[in-house]
Ligand binder design. Structure first.
Ligand code: NAP
Length: 246
């Protein structure tokens, strides 16, 4: 079966590592999304360097209803919708609850959870017709532990887990799997806000004593996309150096 792989937020960090690892593993066409020209250039450079077929596309998860436009453009160019969907793009707007603005709540729910719903709904239609598909949603350890300052983010990421489990039940009979990866602390720009002191105190909480690498998350995604995981659905793969053992 022809494979079309869509990785959202593929310009840097975890998404870029996912895209690169899947290029090495899957024979198919690859689309990675970014919100800026710089991000598009970085994805196109990766595709060129690895000799992969595909392209970068502009997509902003904060723009409501933008999923339709993205998938329509993919269908127009490649004649099919993605049958491997990695909902990786995500944002944080951290703030203690009493200081949190409604916009910080809305944006985080929109970019992490609602955009995942829209993209998944559109891509799922053709996966159901083809009776095959892989969906991996990037959640977070914060979804299962909570995190002060992240009521919005933790709620969105927990929503992704419940969404994935429910959908997994709906589509399992059609050979479509829906799973989450829950990273702990991974060394990307998303953690740039942590001071050195805070980083050190976090290392002390992690049995492995370090942050994870983007490749270590990408390997979990690669597994959930591969045939090796054909019987795994509605699961969360926790990749956190032992920070939380579930
Ligand atoms: P990152 O380094 O901040 O990269 C975020 C990616 O998402 C970029 O490709 C970015 O594209 C894209 N993005 C940002 N805002 C977007 C928007 N409004 N619409 C569409 N795409 C947008 O983040 P990361 O650390 O790689 O995180 C990737 C995923 O893992 C996220 O869902 C995050 O919540 C989750 N996660 C990360 C950690 C961690 O410790 N890093 C832990 C748990 C979960 P541009 O380059 O165009 O901005």
């Amino acid at each position: 079966m022809e494979k079309l792989i869509l990785v959202t937020g593929a310009s840097r960090g975890i998404g870029s590592a996912i895209l690169e690892n899947l290029i090495g593993q899957v024979d198919g066409t690859f689309v990675g999304t970014a919100t800026s020209q710089k991000g598009l250039d970085s994805i196109n450079d990766l595709l060129k360097r690895t000799g992969a077929t595909g392209q970068a596309m502009l997509w902003n998860a904060l723009e409501k209803d933008s999923a339709d436009g993205l998938v329509s453009e993919i269908k127009r160019q490649y004649g099919m919708a993605p049958n491997i969907l990695i909902n990786n793009a995500g944002i944080t707007r951290d703030q203690l609850l009493l200081r949190m603005k409604s916009a910080d709540w809305d944006d985080v729910i929109q970019a992490n959870l609602t955009a995942c719903f829209h993209l998944t709904q559109i891509c799922c239609k053709s996966m159901l017709r083809a009776r095959w598909g892989r969906i991996v949603n990037m959640s977070s350890v914060a979804a299962v532990t909570g995190n002060p300052g992240q009521t919005n983010y933790a709620a969105a990421k927990a929503g992704m887990i419940a969404f994935s489990k429910s959908l997994a039940m709906e589509v399992a009979s059609r050979h479509i799997t829906v799973n989450c990866v829950c990273p702990g602390f991974i060394d990307t720009e998303m953690l740039d806000g942590l001071t050195d002191d805070r980083k050190k105190s976090v290392y002390d909480l992690i049995p492995m004593g370090r942050f994870g690498t983007t490749d270590e998350i990408a390997h979990a995604v690669s597994f959930l996309v591969s045939d090796l995981s054909a019987y795994i659905t509605g699961s969360c793969l926790h990749v956190n150096g032992g920070l939380v053992m579930l």
